[in-house]
Ligand binder design. Structure first.
Ligand SMILES: [Zn+2]
Length: 151
């Protein structure tokens, strides 16, 4: 009987603190992981904010110097970099169109947009509107840019 009491006391003195310590370690580990995730997230947020600012600044500079082809190309590249941040599979067609529209808006169409439209593998085929030159999905029956009907 004394042996039983001895083992019981040993259990209380050794096993219980180990269990408590282990639980605390796990909690701390989880907290550390949470903090690391938060830091990684805020780093991505900051990188995105910086990329967005760089793109907007470049667009602004382009609006002041709209015939500058280098600046035009640089703006497009900054825009693609920004778009890639939100799309790990690459810049999609509608990103390209949005970027080109931004650039056309600030340059008032004074220069041709540099570079070619990138396509993503497996993407739906597109066509060019014969009325406004806008790019639309092939299956559309109406142009989303000018509203013209396709036959
Ligand atoms: Zn059109």
């Amino acid at each position: 009987m004394d042996m039983f009491i001895f083992l019981f006391v040993l259990f209380v003195v050794v096993a219980v603190p180990i269990a408590i310590w282990g639980r605390r370690e796990r909690i701390q580990k989880n907290r550390r992981a949470d903090r690391e995730r938060e830091e990684a997230y805020s780093e991505r947020e900051e990188a995105y904010r910086n990329a967005k600012k760089a793109y907007k600044d470049s667009l602004w500079a382009l609006s002041e110097d709209s015939a500058n082809a280098t600046l035009n190309y640089r703006t497009l590249e900054l825009g693609r970099k920004l778009a890639r941040m939100t799309r790990p599979n690459g810049v999609a067609m509608f990103d390209e169109i949005a970027l080109q529209n931004d650039i056309k808006a600030v340059t008032a169409g004074k220069v041709e947009v540099q570079g070619t439209v990138e396509t993503v593998p497996g993407q739906e085929p597109t066509k060019e509107c014969q009325f406004c030159g806008g790019i639309t999905l092939k299956r559309f029956i109406k142009c989303k840019h000018c509203g013209s009907d396709f036959e």
